[in-house]
Design a protein around this ligand. Structure first.
Ligand code: PLP
Length: 485
């Protein structure tokens, strides 16, 4: 073996044993290539060779502009750990989750609870101080925003904000068009407007399984039925199953999150996105796409949304700044394609224009270089937090636990061993001061009773480690109780 080969293998062994000995833990950043080279007195290419070897073995991963990070031991897509999701199509069902959900939300709404419930990023991760400064600036400069004319105008949008939304879509296969955008009070409003525009009571809407509970609540509120489509934990909604469903029955719309779904964190691959968009256009079934997590990718590139494959205006693209700037701004938009005029009218009739001061504030912030910097930092922090939470779940939950491997966003989906009902665990957890959401809230047909969703929006600390350990112990009590004597 030549000297160089020996040196890179030595370095990769050394790093591997630090990972095995947990000196370097999942989510930790390795020292930079330049630092390793200088401290170990090696060439940059020898260090790179060592790191590439660890990368090929699945022990570390490269993140653009950030360096190399330790991966979870399970990373490398261990199917034994992948959660089970619905495999077969069944019939559309009426949704009835509202009361259960409101109860869960109210039980978790205590300031002392460990916040593993609602999918919210910690305030420390958001640019609150910058937004506060901008409020003063916008307030001073924009007296006109508060006068009656700005409210009575026909346009609901602040043009600077729309320009920012379009600017951020320039890297997609097909950017957004300025005149299809309707600025809304949040993503929730955007979704509700879209459903209102293309469905009527009794219609069936195709959704992922599991799907985000707020979407199910909207269906319930509008008297719509949910048709749960099989969804792969990593690759998202099954286009094959959707295709069969569209042949079997009339579907009024398809409502989904193709980039980092909530709760699975799944990502639909580009060829499947294209196929899905073409299929729905051919069948004239509108797509309502929620891309609220699209900017929070852990990999190098921002995945394109379904919207960027849309050539017929059939996709209504909804998002908001709730996960990236602040959920309290209540600011989102829909790029509504061929439904724009209808949606704009619904918007004006139901809530009028979106607050112009908030729009101006967000436009200012999004135009600054601070915005891109903030997003880079946020992605890095969330990727690390998801990894730390995953590792703790694997360590403290009973054997047989499975969990999602999100490639973006910040929720984790956990499947407990068969027989453990997360609804019971939820009551125990609430009593112990720990919030989470039981799996059955993510299904209109009451599936996923042994699953739960965890919010990873907070920086990891001993408080969260203790909470996961306690949740794991509470879950283990059910395993013991379920065992035959
Ligand atoms: C997929 C998804 N869509 C929409 C929302 C709600 O967004 P907003 O606060 O903008 O209404 C959330 C919040 O958790 C979400 O996870």
């Amino acid at each position: 073996m030549d000297q160089r080969a020996l040196r890179y293998e030595q370095l990769s062994d050394e790093l591997a044993s630090m990972i095995a000995g947990r000196i370097l833990r999942p989510g930790d950043r390795l020292p930079s290539v330049r630092r390793l080279a200088s401290e170990k007195k090696l060439s940059v290419s020898t260090v790179m060779q060592a790191l590439r070897q660890l990368e090929e073995r699945g022990q570390i991963e490269a993140r653009p502009q950030s360096g190399f990070f330790v991966r979870l031991p399970m990373a490398g897509q261990n199917p034994q750990l992948e959660p089970h999701t619905r495999q077969r199509l069944s019939r559309p069902v009426a949704v009835d989750i509202n009361n259960r959900l409101m109860r869960a939300l109210s039980l978790c709404d205590r300031p002392d609870m460990v916040p593993l419930g609602s999918a919210l990023p910690a305030a420390d991760l958001l640019p609150i101080a910058s937004l506060q400064r901008l409020y003063r600036l916008v307030g001073r400069q924009a007296g006109a925003l508060l006068d009656a004319d700005s409210h009575a105008g026909a346009g609901v949008n602040h043009p600077d904000l729309v320009r920012q939304f379009v600017r951020h879509s320039l890297t997609w296969g097909q950017p957004l068009e300025t005149d299809e955008i309707v600025v809304t009070n949040s993503c929730t409003e955007a979704l509700a407007l879209c459903l209102g525009a293309v469905t009527k009571r009794g219609d069936t809407v195709a959704v992922e399984s599991p799907s985000y509970f707020l979407m199910l609540q909207l269906l319930q509120h509008l008297g719509l039925k949910a048709l749960e489509i099989p969804t792969h934990p990593r690759h998202g909604i099954s286009v094959d199953a959707l295709e069969i469903a569209t042949r079997e029955r009339r579907i009024a719309a398809c409502l989904l999150v193709s980039n980092f779904s909530n709760p699975l964190g799944s990502l639909v691959p580009d060829p499947e996105k294209k196929r899905l968009v073409e299929l729905m256009a051919a069948r004239q079934i509108p797509i309502i796409e929620d891309d609220i997590f699209g900017q929070l990718h852990f990999g190098s590139n921002r995945p394109w949304p379904l919207k960027s494959f849309d050539t017929t205006g059939n996709v209504m693209y909804c998002t908001s700044v709730s996960k990236t700037l602040s959920p309290s701004l209540r600011l989102g938009y829909v790029a509504a394609g061929r439904f724009q005029a209808d949606i704009q009218m619904h918007k004006i009739l139901t809530s009028g224009n979106t607050n112009p001061v908030t729009q101006a504030l967000a436009a200012h912030y999004m135009a600054s270089t601070a915005y891109d910097r903030h997003l880079r930092g946020l992605r890095r922090a969330l990727a690390k937090q998801v990894m730390q939470m995953s590792e703790a779940v694997l360590r403290y939950f009973p054997p047989g636990t499975r969990l999602s491997q999100p490639q973006g966003g910040f929720v984790l989906w956990v499947e407990l061993p068969a027989g453990i009902e997360s609804a019971g665990l939820f009551e125990d957890a609430v009593n112990a001061g720990i919030a989470f959401f039981p799996g059955e809230l993510f299904s209109a047909s009451g599936q996923y009773r042994n699953c739960l969703r965890l919010n990873c929006g907070n920086p990891w600390s001993s408080r969260f480690e203790r909470a996961i350990k306690q949740l794991g112990a509470l879950a283990a009590n059910y395993v013991t109780a379920a065992k035959p004597r």
